[in-house]
Design a protein around this ligand. Structure first.
Ligand SMILES: Cc1ncc(COP(=O)(O)O)c(C=O)c1O
Length: 395
């Protein structure tokens, strides 16, 4: 069959290939990017499902508006207000996961050959999605405080990109959090250079001790003109359930209207049933309680993973301790005559019964082969200790 030319620009993710090896019995996997299903508030979601089917079956089982189920748009507006961001219900649309919000931004904004700046490393699916629309992707370096703003500013001035895509809070895969000062500078740069900045924020609620700095969206109130150049993607996937497939896009009116039009041609609307469940769930006041458990559990797991990595791999590995989210981003240093090649290490690790994701696919170009991503989200404390011991033996 003669497939569309656009498919020449993307390939099946290397990560998916690795996942095929994970079926081995007894393997401890730090490779996934899923939240822990044991922490889903099944009771609350069930209560909401029952309520919406009992109270408004006609509405929730019917076709709905492309923009989203109105009570949920109002619910998300309230949820964002609690996080310090003003987003009126009519200023946002509900999307089928935030993945669709990213796709709609790609579809709406990117023409073949357009330049897009992302963090190096960044979320793999975004690289793939933007490439499908023909983007020429340029990576901006990051450190523990998120993207290097001086370098980003220079890249923006040099390349005049169509947009800049950032995961400022507990990034995937970087685990990094952009500092407050850098957030403000990015907003200033966006307003001054009239560059669209896309803030992807699925992890911001998963902080361990302290809430992270305010989102770019919330801070945009303080930086004149920046809101006009800011789109924000949110999601209930990591805080409620990814199976609901409920996310959202907040964007300037013109962009939101175009994205809504593209969504019409794509899936008409996100499932009314899951939107209504999410909307009802928000009224139960259970989210804070459920999130407190998630935060505590992930914080413990991250702490045990950090201790185990120090103990078992010592100076052979370096990493920044994440303050939230689901990931450690680490680099093999080559110390102690140990290897620096993460893909080779990944193969040896699987032989020893433990899996992680090598970092290379998360770079749009010039991959750093010494990097890797470890997720602690779905692994219990004892298994984390055992898994990292296995890693130590595999290195
Ligand atoms: C940074 C980032 N953005 C977006 C998504 C998509 O999430 P969803 O479509 O489930 O909202 C993910 C999922 O892992 C992610 O890590």
């Amino acid at each position: 069959m003669q497939f569309a030319d656009r498919l020449n620009k993307v390939e099946t993710s290397a990560i998916r290939e690795l996942f095929k090896l994970l079926g081995k019995p007894g393997i401890i996997s730090f490779a996934g990017g899923f939240p822990d299903p044991a922490l889903f508030d099944v009771q609350g979601i069930q209560e909401s499902a029952n309520a919406v089917l009992a109270n408004s079956p006609g509405a929730v089982l019917q076709y709905g508006a492309t923009e989203g189920y109105q009570p949920l748009r109002e619910g998300i507006s309230g949820f964002m207000a609690n996080k310090g961001a003003i987003a009126k219900p009519e200023g946002l649309i509900v999307t089928t996961g935030s993945q669709q919000a990213l796709d709609l931004i790609g579809k709406t904004m990117i023409s073949t050959g357009d330049k897009v700046i992302v963090e190096a490393p960044t979320f793999l699916a975004t690289i793939q999605c933007f490439r499908l629309y023909g983007a020429h992707i340029i990576g901006a370096p990051i450190d523990a405080d998120g993207v290097d703003v001086d370098r980003l500013e220079k890249l923006i001035e040099e390349h005049k990109p169509k947009l800049v895509y950032l995961i400022p809070t507990f990034g995937n895969p970087s685990g990094a959090t952009l500092s407050l000062a850098r957030r403000k500078r990015i907003l200033e740069i966006a307003a001054r250079t009239k560059t669209l900045v896309v803030e992807d924020d699925p992890y911001g609620e998963l902080y361990f001790d302290q809430p992270p700095p305010l989102s770019l969206l919330a801070l945009s109130e303080q930086v004149s003109g920046s809101r006009d150049w800011l789109a924000h993607c949110g999601s209930f996937s990591k805080i409620l359930s990814p199976g609901l497939r409920v996310g959202w896009l907040i964007a300037p009116p013109e962009l939101l209207a175009k994205a809504t039009m593209c969504k019409q041609f794509s899936d008409a609307h996100t499932s009314n049933l899951t939107q209504a469940i999410a909307a009802h769930y928000l009224t139960l006041n259970r989210l804070d309680v459920a999130l407190a458990v998630v935060r505590k559990t992930y914080a413990q797991r991250a702490s045990v993973m950090a201790d185990s990595l120090h103990r078992e791999l010592g100076s052979s590995i370096e990493f920044n301790q994440p303050q939230g989210g689901m990931f450690f981003w680490a680099r093999l240093t080559g110390a102690n005559n140990k290897g620096r090649n993460a893909p080779e290490f990944a193969k040896r690790a699987i032989d020893r019964g433990v899996a992680f994701v090598p970092g290379a696919p998360f770079f749009a170009h010039d991959p750093d082969l010494s990097t890797l991503r470890l997720s602690f989200a779905t692994v219990g404390l004892e298994k984390i200790v055992e898994g990292i011991e296995r890693l130590g033996r595999a290195l």
